[in-house]
Design a protein around this ligand. Structure first.
Ligand code: GLU
Length: 623
């Protein structure tokens, strides 16, 4: 079922190209100087293509690809490779992700499932401590070889380029390899990514050597080089991805996870992993169908299972459509209307999360009712639970999309929902002059992943396997997200592309664990219903309800009059968890809007994650 890559022939081709052109990274010492930090703006409008990501280095590399004739897929891969250098605690070839692509020639949206998969030795009890019979503490699982799944990112890049790109992977890796070799300026989020992981990074020898030089967190403004990663990218460029999926890198990844390279002084218990080189050799990143719902006449496409992003955003939008059809107005004109609109948003998200938790998992292993979850009939059976004056009590009993209820009765489950998903990940968007569009979310799960850098290879391994439930969350109800051999854990990533009259209109995505879903949903509502521009829709304060008794909120929301007004009807707000920046935050979105006059507006965060970077190839004269 999984699509098998045909990379060997391609790699042989570009191997000779590279040798012929002598494209090798510059020497670190006595060589060219570090690459200066490009200017950073959160919004750009213009023509000829656009890119937005969390990093000006990565965005600039994508724009350069577009400016030199590459298409959106070429640009997305080059941008992602650069994020592996400058945003290595959120992404990289040790992780996975989901790639959503609109093709201007066929007018079709296709997705690539680059999710990490479970090793062959996985069973449903892999995260149960055999000594106690109890699930491992979450952090003990994160900090273990067991958390490492088969990485999917490199295969995703190869599949995307094979299907839609115009350049070989080896060429797309060159700018990132150069960045890693020559060095780049340490930014706040890079510094913060190390600082928040200092303790566990110091427990792993190759991680401490790379990211804690001299035992110190790299200072903001200093220059950081990763020649090992530059050499790894070069190796892949020359030998093709077979060197990773079946070659020497596969063996080294497996060896690292099976024998975590602890520092001699570490007293951390770091359980060994079970991933093998054969697991990595057997990996595939299949092309899959996107999810689709209609919302206000727009076609909303996103990522299907094993991500719950598309089904949960889609179900919530369908629930909101039902509410609107029954007379509920979504707009931001008065404070009363803001309260009513946010109540609809929070409650639609609450019910959609209850259903997500029960039904969504890897469709290769579980019977996931994607069509049912996205059906208007099911949305109607869930929308009728929602009241403008009274908040539902979580955790809700899920609905049955195979058999939508005809009675409207909300029920509460006994076991509380806990959220253990990380807050890392990164999202990029790219569009080209021909109208092709990419929305791509990639991750290594937690910020810093499993904390294990593969010795001498310069990249971190993911801890994506901790996205599995360690035990059933609502027994005796079945839990589709238990671990199994070859299975992919449920994700929340929601890279989204919206078409209007069959043409790209809006593109959005975000990191943030399960709050990815609410971030994407809230940005869409801000733009589509509340009349905000895309940059304002991204900047606005966020709140995140995920079928829990509490709703996470950013500080700007907690100090607004909306907090007490919604609290009065039963919502219960708590501060969002600590993040990269001193202030708690939810997500770090990037997006594109096609303005209808040939211009594209690219938007990133103005503040969150220290601000992102949006660029276009040819800025509008007013820019
Ligand atoms: N592992 C998470 C997921 O797949 C993403 C982590 C994050 O965004 O921080 O949903």
């Amino acid at each position: 079922m999984r699509h098998q890559a045909s990379y060997l022939a391609v790699s042989a081709l570009f191997c000779s190209t590279l040798i012929a052109t002598g494209a090798a990274p510059a020497a670190a010492h006595g060589g060219p100087p570090p690459i200066p930090l490009p200017p950073k703006t959160a919004v750009a409008t213009g023509y000829g293509g656009a890119v937005a990501s969390v990093s000006p280095y990565a965005t600039q590399i994508g724009i350069d690809v577009l400016a030199h004739g590459g298409n959106a897929v070429d640009a997305a891969v080059a941008t992602a490779a650069a994020l592996g250098v400058v945003e290595p605690f959120s992404s990289g070839i040790g992780g996975g992700g989901f790639f959503v692509y609109y093709d201007a020639r066929t007018h079709k949206v296709t997705t690539i499932d680059g999710r990490e998969s479970g090793p062959a030795a996985f069973t449903s009890t892999v995260f149960i401590d055999p000594g106690t019979g109890q699930p491992l503490a979450f952090n003990d699982a994160v900090n273990s070889g067991l958390s490492v799944g088969v990485p999917g990112t490199l295969m995703t890049w190869q599949e995307a380029l094979d299907a839609w790109g115009t350049r070989p992977l080896g060429e797309e890796l060159q700018p990132a390899a150069k960045l890693a070799e020559r060095g780049f300026t340490v930014t706040g989020d890079f510094n913060g990514g190390v600082a928040m992981n200092q303790q566990r990074f110091s427990d792993i020898t190759p991680t401490a050597q790379l990211y804690l030089p001299g035992g110190q967190v790299p200072a903001v403004g200093s220059v950081f080089r990763n020649p090992d990663l530059a050499a790894t990218y070069e190796l892949i460029a020359q030998k093709g991805i077979g060197v990773f999926y079946g070659g020497e890198l596969a063996s080294e990844i497996a060896n690292t996870a099976q024998h975590p390279p602890m520092t001699p002084t570490s007293d951390r218990v770091f359980r060994p992993g079970v991933i093998t080189a054969a697991d990595i050799a057997g990996y595939t990143a299949p092309y899959t169908a996107p999810t689709h719902v209609s919302y206000d006449g727009l076609d909303v496409y996103s990522m299907g299972p094993p991500s719950s992003g598309g089904t949960t955003v889609g179900e919530a939008l369908n629930v909101l459509t039902q509410l609107k059809n029954s007379g509920w107005q979504l707009n931001y004109t008065t404070q009363a209307q803001q309260v009513a609109s946010l109540q609809a948003y929070l409650e639609a998200s609450r019910v959609a999360f209850a259903d997500r938790n029960r039904w969504v998992a890897d469709p290769a292993f579980e019977n996931v009712p994607t069509a049912g979850l996205l059906s208007p009939a099911f949305a109607a059976s869930r929308a009728c639970l929602i009241s403008p004056t009274k908040t539902l009590t979580s955790p809700l009993t899920p609905g049955d999309p195979n058999n939508p209820s005809t009675t409207c009765q909300a029920q509460t489950q006994q076991t509380p929902n806990t959220s253990t998903e990380g807050l890392s990940t990164t999202h990029l968007v790219a569009a080209d002059r021909w109208g092709n569009v990419v929305s791509y979310t990639l991750t290594i799960e937690q910020t810093g992943g499993s904390a294990m850098v593969v010795p001498h290879r310069g990249f971190l391994l993911n801890n994506e396997m901790t996205d599995f439930d360690f035990t059933a969350i609502h027994p005796p109800a079945p839990d589709p997200n238990l671990p199994a051999a070859g299975k992919r854990p449920r994700s929340s990533m929601a890279p989204t592309i919206i078409l209007r009259d069959g043409r790209p209109y809006l593109v959005v995505g975000s990191p943030g664990g399960a709050s990815i879903i609410t971030t994407v949903l809230q940005v869409l509502l801000n733009r589509l219903d509340f009349g905000m521009s895309l940059p304002d829709a991204i900047a606005a304060p966020r709140i995140s309800q995920r079928d829990r008794s509490v709703t996470e909120a950013e500080p700007a929301f907690l100090s607004s009059p909306l907090d007490p007004a919604l609290t009065a009807i039963g919502q219960n707000f708590v501060p969002a968890p600590p993040a990269f920046t001193p202030a708690p935050e939810l997500g770090a979105a990037t997006g594109l809007e096609f303005l209808g006059d040939g211009r594209i507006q690219a938007a990133a965060e103005p503040q969150r994650r220290f601000g992102g970077s949006a660029m276009v190839v040819f800025p509008s004269p007013s820019e």
